[in-house]
Design a binder for this molecule. Structure first.
Ligand SMILES: Cc1cc2nc3c(=O)[nH]c(=O)nc-3n(C[C@H](O)[C@H](O)[C@H](O)COP(=O)(O)OP(=O)(O)OC[C@H]3O[C@@H](n4cnc5c(N)ncnc54)[C@H](O)[C@@H]3O)c2cc1C
Length: 368
């Protein structure tokens, strides 16, 4: 099917949408990409990309532009809330032969993907209705414009409108975590990914180059606080290690609640979902971007290799399900360890934590 004039609409220009647009262009397709937000970059935040994300970026021909960005991460260090070491994961060994692990500003990855996708995103555009018929999808946009496509790809995130409009699933399920994130300058000198594990709360900090640190924190809960900075200081004020200097350096704090998406199917007719729209999890394993990039590679490969769109969508889903299920299950496992009181959990992690955490990535080291 490669090079065919298939009319494809990608809804959403986040990591999944831009990656899928890039992969489709490499396979000879020329998709339209729409994004509901006005032009601009995502808010100033960071991202940790594990080795399988680097491999997918290679598949998208984008490893070279990403290589100078951010900082390579060699080791994950897990500390208790006082800052005492619990365990470590040697990332260089774990992902040997797959790809480097990297922490970088989100905006940097966004720019690389946008260029790779050909730059042609129509911003401020939303889908109002989808009419799925045999072999086509009729799309009505927010301004009443109507267009017919051979394939619509919902890359519109965990609260996907495409998912609802195509009757593929309802709202995302709240996962019971409040998440905070931001970047700091002048924080503690850190060379590696470092997590402080507390009682139903955690703080992760990593260098992203240029003297900046990306930090990410979570606590159990369902409603963001009115004053996130004050709440962070309240929850993590008693933590040791790098926490005090991160809290001192806080500037912009972004807060949200996490959710999960688990669906019986990812496509209906010529509508298919990718990225968080299909399989969002909490960010505990930091696999959301990697899964979105892998989805893009596999969907484009399936469309290029399979003689019918419907068969390609089935091939895509059956290749992707085992890995995304693995991520969801391991994420839940790891989230459950947050609920174990530190007095019980920490001795176990001191003894076997490195092996337990490393095991969470086992299937993902395998080729796509
Ligand atoms: C606090 C936090 C930290 C995280 N840290 C990491 C990490 O370190 N590493 C990692 O791999 N993952 C991380 N993740 C997960 C990762 O951010 C997501 O998995 C990833 O961004 C999913 O990309 P996506 O493109 O599928 O969805 P999104 O990033 O949500 O993008 C969807 C896009 O679609 C647009 N859109 C939405 N609705 C419509 C519509 N109706 N019409 C048109 N456009 C629409 C949105 O504006 C957005 O641009 C983290 C998540 C959180 C919450």
């Amino acid at each position: 099917m490669a090079g065919s004039p298939l009319r494809i609409l990608v809804v959403g220009a986040g990591i999944a949408g831009l990656a899928v647009a890039r992969a489709l262009r490499l396979a000879g397709f020329r998709p339209d990409v729409i994004e509901k937000l006005p032009t601009g970059e995502p808010h100033d935040s960071g991202l940790y990309l594990p080795g399988n994300a680097a491999r997918a970026l290679r598949g998208l021909g984008l490893d070279l532009p990403v290589r100078p960005l951010g900082q390579v991460i060699h080791r994950q260090r897990f500390l208790d809330s006082t800052g005492s070491p619990l365990c470590e994961v040697d990332l260089t060994g774990l992902w040997a032969g797959v790809g480097e692990c990297r922490a970088l500003p989100r905006g940097d990855l966004h720019r690389v993907l946008l260029t790779g996708a050909g730059g042609a995103v129509r911003h401020g555009v939303e889908v109002r209705t989808l009419e799925v018929a045999a072999g086509t999808v009729t799309v009505t946009f927010h301004d009443d414009a109507v267009a017919e496509y051979d394939l619509v790809i919902g890359a519109d995130g965990p609260r996907s409108a495409v998912r609802a409009l195509a009757a593929l699933g309802g709202p995302a399920r709240p996962a019971g975590q409040i998440v905070y994130r931001g970047m700091v300058r002048g924080g503690p000198p850190l060379a590696e990914w470092t997590a402080l594990l507390g009682q139903r709360a955690g703080l992760v900090v990593m260098p992203v180059g240029g003297g900046r640190l990306y930090w990410y924190a979570d606590e159990a809960g369902v409603r963001p606080p009115a004053d996130p900075t004050a709440r962070l200081r309240e929850v993590f004020g008693g933590y040791g290690g790098p926490a005090p200097r991160v809290l001192d350096a806080l500037t912009d704090v972004h807060v949200g609640v996490t959710c999960e998406v688990e669906l019986g199917r990812w496509s209906r007719g010529r509508v298919v979902l990718v990225g968080d729209a299909a399989h969002a999890t909490t960010p505990t394993l930091a696999q959301g971007a990697a899964m979105a990039l892998e989805d893009a590679v596999v969907l484009a490969e399936s469309l290029a290799a399979t003689p019918s769109v419907e068969a390609a969508l089935i091939a895509y889903e059956s290749r992707r399900r085992p890995r995304t299920k693995w991520v969801r299950d391991r994420t839940r496992d790891r989230d459950r360890t947050r609920d174990v009181p530190p007095a019980l959990r920490d001795p176990l992690l001191r003894g076997r934590g490195g092996r337990i955490f490393q095991e969470h990535y086992r299937l993902l080291v395998d080729p796509l």
